[in-house]
Write a new protein. Structure first.
Length: 718
């Protein structure tokens, strides 16, 4: 297992230190080190497999680690606890949540379940999504839970502010509905686990004794509550081994705290820090360029990636006249590369914000290049998949959220009024909506007959489940008996039918891999499974934000839209040095996704998002000049300074131009000149800097910065 490891990797695998921090640079083989470490512990009898815990942050990473450990250790490898942190909390709570006054078979809520409760809340409170969006409400609820702010405290903090009071009302409804459903959302899984450990030392002691070695992957991405959970489990005696890279902390907006990995050696003393800085992914020029960028950050653990890769191909920096020309150039270059043998799926376009995809998509469509938006609708989030899984949930627990989703899918003539009647009876009897339907006659005539048939169908499935029918057959039965398959066939929804077939295939694989597992366990797994990707084998270029690209790699990467105010983003720069350093880390992550070739592109022209001419990103100037080749035109804040190429020629070829950019203004303006602007009137030029004129206009306009060559600006004749 130590074969093919470099010296630092071997050191990281065999270390005897109790507390270990691995600073693993991009592409440095951290998963190999982590899995080899686990296998080393088992092989050398330093721990039993079931005493080893490994925490990851995506199901994809957990599955990859499980497969690797299983290959290395065969049967014993399957006994290691490898899971996401949320899955770990579910397992902990299934055993001990009764001490918190909750049943062990609590429901794990996903995003759709949360929105279903919000719909109920908005209806009861007379709110609409225009006054408070679902995403804003969920952010508010999550923030309150994270800070352990109760509903009562939320009302106090809201004071007399109408908007804040509305949020507090939604929060109150949400929490009460959760309690009635015995349901926990993803935030609760962590919060309730930590609260339980604080309140019940005997429960904490039990789980501390369960593990002797705790491993945490992507440690730079954890937040304070996750860290508290890890520290609880570590206790005074367990070994703690964390792997991460402070230079790749890019999720502070959702709670990640770079201070946690930076201060780990203070919290766990004495700590051994091992740096993995040999990169197996990228070329020397890409790494040198990325290193020269990230070294500008002050708050980091010093390291410099290197590689033995022999390639010397430089990073290509392309400047274009506009975002349309940028997109056309990217599409043309992709076509060339594809003809040279590079698969579409091995090329990716990365951008800072989603709105930047518009021009890129158009460029790819014009060039007939297949593409997908990575992070679009994920498999388990598709409507037909949600519906099918809710039918399965009716067999297990028949929770209200599942019932309201599928009661009228396909249409059974039961509208909102009928659902309200059922809900009212359930509240009156203090039971679930399904129990109200099952035990009471709520309607007369056709509606009651429909309800009776629905209940009979669910009870028939439950009987089959009790008889031990395989889960995938149960799913097929639910899709057929409910009329859902017929509905899709009648509407000729071929793609959605294929998705349902894939779900059946997924369930079948689950039953083969986990023959002793139940339907409830499958539903639990799916509720936590957020990154099953149906595109990995697709023959298409992948478009995504830089955040979405974290953990991925591609032969060829196009990093587009590299303008100040876009990347680094305007909003982040308002957060001062902290925001700028996070943006630089994000650019570092983007650059290190490329294995063989990296293109950095920046458009000129006027940005209607920024409401000013586009300027080259400061990050481009921070990249070591010797690693770059510059092609295209050089621009003075949106207007080309040289036209060595015809931008109107469909068959244009970019040419190399001299840099740095020309500093002298081509407008003929100079300080103290009097100018006339079409809107602002007469003004005086205060300064000219890199083609941008700073001009003082009369009240109410004040000082404006305007492109010196802008056609609306004219020098006043003296």
């Amino acid at each position: 297992m130590l074969n093919n490891l470099n010296n630092n990797q071997k050191k990281a695998v065999v270390t005897n230190s109790r507390y270990v921090r691995i600073i693993a640079g991009a592409g440095s083989g951290k998963t190999r080190v982590l899995t080899s470490r686990i296998a080393w512990l088992i092989k050398n009898k330093m721990a039993f497999p079931n005493q080893i815990l490994a925490i990851t942050f995506t199901n994809k990473a957990a599955n990859e680690m499980k497969e690797r450990v299983s290959r290395m250790m065969e049967q014993t490898g399957t006994m290691v606890w490898i899971s996401t942190i949320h899955s770990l909390c579910v397992r902990i709570l299934r055993e001990d949540i009764v001490c918190m006054g909750m049943p062990r078979n609590f429901t794990v809520m996903d995003a759709d379940d949360q929105k279903a409760i919000l719909k109920e809340a908005y209806k009861e409170l007379g709110l609409d999504k225009t006054s408070l969006s679902f995403s804003s409400a969920l952010d508010y609820i999550s923030a309150n839970k994270g800070e352990e702010i109760t509903v009562e405290r939320a009302y106090l903090l809201a004071g007399q502010l109408p908007g804040e009071k509305r949020k507090a009302q939604v929060y109150e409804y949400y929490v009460k509905r959760q309690n009635a459903l015995y349901a926990l959302d993803f935030d609760d899984l962590l919060l309730v686990s930590v609260r339980m450990f604080r309140q019940f030392p005997e429960v904490l002691s039990k789980w501390q004794k369960r593990f002797t070695h705790i491993h945490v992957d992507e440690f730079q991405d954890i937040d304070k509550i996750q860290y508290e959970l890890i520290r609880h489990l570590a206790g005074l005696y367990n070994d703690v081994y964390v792997v991460g890279d402070p230079d790749q902390t890019i999720y502070t907006w959702r709670g990640a705290d770079v201070n946690i990995i930076m201060n780990f050696e203070k919290d766990f003393d004495p700590c051994e820090t091992i740096i993995l800085n040999e990169n197996y992914r990228s070329t020397p020029q890409i790494l040198e360029g990325a290193n020269s960028l990230i070294v500008n950050n002050r708050y980091r653990v010093e390291k410099e990636l290197f590689t033995s890769n022999p390639s010397q191909e430089k990073i290509t920096h392309y400047s274009s006249a506009s975002d349309e020309y940028e997109a056309r150039w990217i599409a043309t270059k992709m076509s060339e590369l594809h003809k040279q043998g590079i698969a579409w799926r091995d090329m990716a376009v990365l951008y800072r914000s989603n709105y930047l995809s518009r021009a890129i998509e158009k460029g790819l469509l014009d060039e007939h290049i297949p593409y997908i938006i990575f992070g679009g609708v994920k498999f388990y989030e598709r409507a037909e998949i949600k519906d099918a899984l809710c039918y399965l949930r009716m067999i297990c627990g028949a929770d209200d959220l599942a019932l309201t989703r599928i009661l009228n899918k396909p249409k059974r003539g039961l509208g909102n009024k009928s659902i309200d009647t059922i809900l009212s009876k359930a509240k009156e009897e203090q039971c679930s909506m399904y129990e109200a339907m099952k035990n009471h006659k709520l309607f007369t005539g056709k509606n009651q007959k429909t309800i009776d048939e629905f209940v009979k169908m669910i009870e028939r499935w439950r009987q089959k489940a009790n008889e031990g029918i395989e889960i995938f057959k149960l799913l097929e039965m639910a899709i057929d008996d409910s009329g859902y398959r017929s509905m899709l066939e009648d509407d000729k929804e071929i793609e959605r039918l294929e998705n349902l077939k894939e779900l059946i295939n997924d369930v079948q694989n689950f039953t083969v891999n986990y023959p002793e597992s139940s339907l409830d366990e499958y539903l639990q797994l799916v509720s936590l499974y957020g990154d099953k990707s149906e595109i990995e084998m697709g023959q298409a270029v992948q478009l995504m934000t830089v955040h979405a690209s974290k953990g991925l790699e591609f032969d060829t990467v196009f990093l587009c839209g590299m303008n100040d105010g876009v990347f680094p983003s305007e909003r982040s720069m308002q957060d001062g040095l902290k925001g700028l350093e996070e943006e630089r880390r994000l650019a570092y992550v983007a650059m290190t996704r490329a294995k063989r070739k990296l293109y950095i592109t920046e458009p000129g022209g006027f940005s209607y998002i920024l409401q000013r001419p586009r300027m080259k990103s400061r990050f481009i100037d921070e990249i070591e000049e010797s690693t770059l080749e510059h092609i295209g035109a050089t621009f003075d804040y949106g207007k080309p300074k040289e036209y060595n190429i015809s931008l109107l020629d469909d068959n244009f070829e970019p040419v190399r131009l001299q840099r740095p950019m020309e500093k002298k203004s081509r407008s003929g303006l100079k300080a103290n000149d009097i100018v006339i602007h079409g809107v602002f009137g007469e003004g005086i030029v205060l300064s000219i800097k890199e083609g941008l004129a700073e001009i003082a206009f009369p009240f109410p306009h004040g000082i404006k910065k305007i492109l010196a060559t802008h056609p609306s600006l004219k020098k006043k004749n003296s």
